[in-house]
Design a protein around this ligand. Structure first.
Ligand SMILES: NC(=O)c1ccc[n+]([C@@H]2O[C@H](COP(=O)([O-])OP(=O)(O)OC[C@H]3O[C@@H](n4cnc5c(N)ncnc54)[C@H](OP(=O)(O)O)[C@@H]3O)[C@@H](O)[C@H]2O)c1
Length: 266
C-alpha cells in the first residue's frame, strides 16, 4: 500500500511526507517501557466499525501508516477475545521494513473470561498469551502451553483467581483484573503495551485507570447508528478523566485525523 502524505497540525504545522523508514512518526509515537497505549479508529459519527461489523472497513492508508508504526514500537498487542475473533487475528509479526526496531517478536495477548482461544491462534507456532480468570483457566490450559496462560483474579475474587470465592460470582464478576494482567505481562518483559481494542476491553482498561495514551483515528465516514462507540459497557466514568492532546496529524488526501491523547492515570 503506498504511504499517503500527512501533515502535523499540533503541536506545530509541518508536513510528514511518505517515508519508508518513518523517522518522523517513530519520534512522534516513541513508546517508553511501562506505557500502555490504546489505538482505536472511529467514524466521524462515533462508530467503531463499518457495515460489515469490523473496523477494517473504516480504516484507510493514513490509519495504516500509524498502525504499523505503533506495532513496530510495542512489545505486546493486547486485545479482547471478541476482537481477536471478529478481526480474525493471527500470529503477529513486525511490520515490513520496521522489523529492526525491536529484537523480540511482537507478542499477542488475549483477554478473555471464557478462555476460548481461536484455534488459528492456539495452533500458531508462537501462540498468544491468554489473560483469564478462574472461569476461563481450564479452557485456556487445554488450548495452550502453560507458560502462555496467565490466570489473574477476577472482579468477584477476594483472594486469588483459583480460590474458594471463584464461581460464587455476582454479574460481571468474571471480568478479569486487567491491571493484574498487565503486571503479569511486564514480568514477562512485555512493558510496552499496545491495546488494539475492542470497545469492552478498552472500557475496562480505562475504568482501571490503566491507559496512558489513547491514539484515535477519526475516519471521514458516517456509519450510522448501528455501530458501538470505541468504548462499550455500562456505567460512564464517575469523574471523566481530562485528556490532553499530545499531537494531531491530518491526511490532506482524505481528511483523516490521527490524534494522540494523553490520559492521566487514576
Ligand atoms: N474501532 C476500533 O478501533 C476497533 C478496535 C477493535 C475492535 N473493534 C470492533 O469491535 C467489535 C468487538 O467488540 P467487543 O467490545 O466485543 O470487543 P472486545 O472488547 O475485544 O471483546 C469482548 C470480549 O473480550 C473479552 N473481554 C473483554 N474485556 C474483558 C475483561 N475485562 N475481562 C475478561 N474478558 C474480557 C471477553 O471475551 P470472552 O467472550 O472470550 O469471554 C469479551 O466477551 C468488532 O466488531 C471489532 O471489529 C473496533
Amino acid at each position: 500500500m503506498p504511504l499517503p502524505a500527512l501533515t502535523l497540525l499540533v503541536p506545530q504545522s509541518r508536513p510528514v511526507p511518505p517515508d519508508d523508514a518513518e523517522a518522523d512518526l517513530l519520534a512522534l509515537y516513541a513508546h517508553a517501557p511501562g506505557v500502555v497505549r490504546a489505538n482505536m479508529i472511529a467514524s466521524v459519527d462515533g462508530g467503531a466499525w463499518g457495515p460489515d461489523h469490523v473496523s477494517g472497513s473504516i480504516n484507510d492508508a493514513a490509519d495504516w501508516r500509524v498502525f504499523r508504526v505503533l506495532r513496530a514500537l510495542a512489545d505486546v498487542v493486547v486485545v479482547g477475545a471478541g476482537t481477536a475473533r471478529a478481526e480474525q487475528y493471527t500470529q503477529l509479526g513486525r511490520p515490513d521494513g520496521l522489523e529492526h526496531l525491536r529484537e523480540a517478536p511482537l507478542e499477542l495477548a488475549l483477554v478473555t473470561r471464557s478462555g476460548d482461544v481461536p484455534p488459528v491462534l492456539a495452533q500458531a507456532e508462537r501462540p498468544p498469551f491468554v489473560i483469564t480468570g478462574a472461569r476461563g483457566a481450564a479452557a485456556a490450559h487445554a488450548a495452550l502451553p502453560p507458560e502462555r496462560v496467565i490466570v489473574v483474579p477476577t472482579a468477584g475474587d477476594t483472594s486469588d483467581a483459583a480460590g474458594p470465592h471463584a464461581g460464587a460470582a455476582p454479574p460481571h464478576a468474571s471480568d478479569v483484573d486487567v491491571a493484574a494482567g498487565l503486571a503479569a505481562l511486564a514480568e514477562h518483559g512485555l512493558a510496552r503495551v499496545l491495546c488494539e481494542g475492542g470497545p469492552h476491553l478498552l472500557a475496562d482498561l480505562l475504568a482501571a485507570g490503566r491507559v496512558d495514551e489513547l491514539c484515535v483515528t477519526t475516519a471521514p465516514l458516517l456509519v450510522g447508528p448501528g455501530a458501538s462507540r470505541i468504548v462499550a459497557g455500562e456505567a460512564p466514568a464517575a469523574t471523566p478523566p481530562q485528556a490532553r492532546l499530545g499531537h494531531l496529524l491530518h491526511a490532506p488526501g482524505t481528511g483523516t485525523l490521527l490524534a494522540r491523547w494523553l490520559v492521566p492515570r487514576a
